[in-house]
Ligand binder design. Structure first.
Ligand SMILES: *[C@@H]1O[C@H](CO)[C@@H](O)[C@H](O)[C@H]1NC(C)=O
Ligand SMILES: *[C@@H]1O[C@H](CO)[C@@H](O)[C@H](O)[C@H]1NC(C)=O
Length: 219
């Protein structure tokens, strides 16, 4: 029985240690709801609450159908975040649907404010993230399976299958934010200086300019 007692004490200590950390992506609530006034000029850490609310503020049908994947990457992210669902303001969660044509890629990117967990609706994907120790953690996932991308780490999904694929992605943030590595570095405004990119990637100015031209906003 002494060892059972020790085990309980250990479990309590671990729980106390966990709860003393901030584990969620977004801050805790200070009220039941705070439906975003997306039109408000002043911003707080999130959006100002509006008083005139309705069921529509908590509803979104935009993930019901596949998004169009006829773009350069052959993949499209449809977000269901606080910008689409004002009722999510301060609630610390959101979803996306991602659709992939055969060969489609959701290119390497990070979410500064959220961990992501994806559930495969259709098809199959090769997915992965890279740790800060520069280790690639990757897996082939298929319909009904789940994979997790820890907050802030660079990750990607590629459809190497012969049919379209789709996932539902959940985030522990109302607005996870996305930094796509290639566009962040090669299509920022104003541009990241060539001499930063030539040295960082150990390539010449011509190669930098070539990459920049591919990511330039289409006119
Ligand atoms: C509240 O919202 C409804 C529906 O959008 C609108 O008709 C009404 O004018 C709004 N009331 C106020 C006080 O903003
Ligand atoms: C993708 O397809 C849609 C619908 O067929 C079309 O309206 C749109 O212009 C296409 N986009 C591109 C980038 O080809």
């Amino acid at each position: 029985m002494a060892s059972a007692g020790k085990l309980i004490v250990m479990i309590l200590m671990i729980m106390a240690a966990i709860s003393s950390y901030k584990v969620s992506g977004d801050p805790d609530l200070l009220q039941d709801i705070c439906v975003a006034d997306l039109t408000s000029g002043p911003k707080v850490n999130g959006f100002v609450c509006k008083t005139n609310i309705s069921d529509a503020d908590f509803f979104f049908a935009g993930l019901a159908k596949p998004g169009l994947t006829n773009n350069t990457n052959g993949a499209v992210v449809t977000a269901a975040n606080v910008e689409k669902i004002p009722g999510l303001n301060t609630l610390g969660v959101s979803l996306s649907r991602i659709d992939y044509a055969p060969g489609g890629l959701n290119p390497p990117h990070t979410h500064p404010r959220a961990t992501e967990i994806v559930f495969v609706l259709e098809g199959e994907l090769d997915v992965g993230f890279i740790t800060t120790a520069n280790v690639l953690i990757s897996k082939h996932i298929t319909k009904g399976e789940i994979f997790t991308f820890p907050r802030g780490l660079v990750h990607f999904q590629k459809n190497n299958g012969k049919v379209p694929a789709s996932v539902i992605a959940a985030f522990n943030s109302q607005l996870p934010g996305t930094q796509s590595i290639a566009t962040t570095l090669f299509a920022a405004t104003p541009a990241v200086p060539d001499n930063v990119l030539t040295k960082a990637f150990q390539i010449g100015t011509k190669e930098v300019d070539k990459i920049k031209s591919k990511f330039a906003p289409k006119k």
